[in-house]
Design a protein. Structure first.
Length: 453
């Protein structure tokens, strides 16, 4: 399930790059074992102390929930059924397709107006929004085996959910499936005549089978949501705190991590991303300093447990930065910094010894592999994707140049999209052999994308 902060992160990346534009590309792409990094722990600690804000962020306020979160389910588990597809994708002409290994792709729509997409946990349903004018949006679902599309929300219904004073329309901000169910979790944002993004911080569940809508949070009550892998709980990120609740919104614990709102030097607000452990027992979150492009304080890593307790794992200087990404097991942290080359990719343990790797001349960090050992990043000099390892040197991913998105399959293979001009292609790779073309994505005004269960 894809995270819904990608658009925001891209904005941050542009801002950070602009701030650092005086640095010219260059340098070797070979990772440099960083013994100096370990030796610098004491120095960094001293810097952190010296640069720490004089006024601490507000203390975490724990609002007593009804009971402590339980394993409350918001829907019956999905019944045993034939397995669905492996992924769905949107092509450049803005049509939706489904792909299952060993079979040819199946075209699911022909209207040429698909926007955001989301594949159900069992791979049998594809949810998507559509708009022909980028003003009026509707929400649909279609079986990935092919069949009739079903509209879940009309444009007027979405406007009703997202309407605020001065808005001319509304759109869906977050489109995600609750793990293990056929329930869609959606939030909205208003559309104005001018630019800007104002999140409504609402939440509504829609049963994709029956169409029944269940309001969870009204405007201003929610935030950005990250569901635990077992679908029992959700982390709720706001602009000044992180909360925890059962997946149906009950048993909410407020302010488990509180912080001063982070400046993004733009009209966009910063919402920290929650990274869940595979066993759903806890999640990690990274909070940068309030002036995120200045060296005014450390970024702090927190671990939040199901009982509402939050522990500080590490604080270290990262600014100016691209936001930290935690590995699936929460034991490693990756971030970009500007010591020497255009960007250095830093990989450190999220607790314990600060030792790790420093890889110079990196354009962007893409993602961690499921094994929490390997990772993908873009080399600044060549623009190619490299597969790195915390235990060894990187290797180039064959055929992966001009990559716009990449994701790992559970078996360690990767799926990625390459884009050239107005056309693109979708590939799958085992990391060593030449990548296999899954589909040519055609040409058009749409930005191709894909989603996994």
């Amino acid at each position: 399930m894809r995270r819904l902060t990608i658009r925001l992160i891209l904005v941050f990346s542009v801002l950070a790059s602009a701030a650092l534009a005086c640095v010219l590309p260059g340098g070797s792409s070979t990772p440099v074992p960083n013994p100096a990094l370990t030796a610098a722990v004491e120095t960094l600690a001293a810097l952190n102390t010296a640069l720490a804000p004089t006024e601490a962020p507000p203390a975490a306020e724990v609002v007593p929930p009804s009971p402590t979160p339980t394993e409350t389910a918001i829907a019956k588990p999905l019944p045993d059924a034939p397995s669905g597809v492996d992924l769905i994708y949107k092509d450049a002409p803005r049509n939706l397709w489904a792909w299952k290994e060993g079979s040819a792709p199946i075209q699911l729509t022909t209207s040429g107006d698909v926007e955001s997409i989301a594949l159900s946990p069992d791979g049998t349903l594809a949810a998507f929004t559509r708009s022909s004018d980028y003003l009026n949006y509707t929400l649909w679902v279609v079986p990935t085996a092919g069949g009739s599309e079903r509209r879940l929300l009309t444009a007027s219904e979405i406007f009703s959910l997202g309407r605020i004073d001065g808005a001319v329309s509304a759109a869906i901000d977050s489109l995600a499936w609750v793990p293990g169910t056929h329930k869609l979790a959606i939030s909205t944002y208003p559309l104005f005549e001018g630019p800007g993004l104002l999140r409504n911080e609402d939440l509504t569940f829609i049963d994709a089978d029956s169409g029944v809508q269940t309001p969870i949070f009204a405007h201003g009550e929610g935030g950005i949501y990250s569901f635990s892998p077992d679908g029992a709980r959700m982390a709720i990120s706001r602009t000044d705190r992180v909360d925890l609740a059962n997946a149906d919104g009950s048993g909410r614990l407020n302010g488990l991590v509180s912080f001063t709102p982070v400046l993004t030097y733009s009209e966009y607000a910063y919402y920290p991303e929650a990274f869940w452990a595979p066993d759903s027992s806890r999640f990690g979150v990274a909070i940068p300093p309030s002036a995120s492009l200045d060296s005014n304080g450390p970024t702090t890593l927190y671990q939040v447990n199901l009982d509402g307790s939050a522990t500080t794992q590490r604080s270290f200087e990262t600014a100016p930065l691209m936001w930290i990404t935690l590995s699936p097991d929460l034991n490693q942290a990756a971030y970009l910094t500007t010591i020497g080359d255009p960007f250095n990719l830093m990989l450190v343990q999220s607790s314990g010894d600060l030792g790790g790797l420093s890889i110079p001349s990196v354009r962007s960090f893409l993602s961690w592999a499921p094994d929490s050992v390997h990772f993908a990043y873009v080399d600044n000099t060549s623009g190619a994707v490299n597969i790195g390892s915390i235990a060894g040197t990187p290797s180039a991913l064959p055929g992966a140049v001009d990559v716009t998105s990449l994701a790992w399959l559970p078996d360690g293979r990767v799926v990625f999209i390459t884009r050239s001009g107005s056309s693109g292609d979708l590939y799958i790779s085992d990391l060593s052999s030449p990548a296999t073309l899954l589909a040519s994505l055609g040409s058009g005004s749409g930005f191709p994308s894909f989603d996994l269960p």
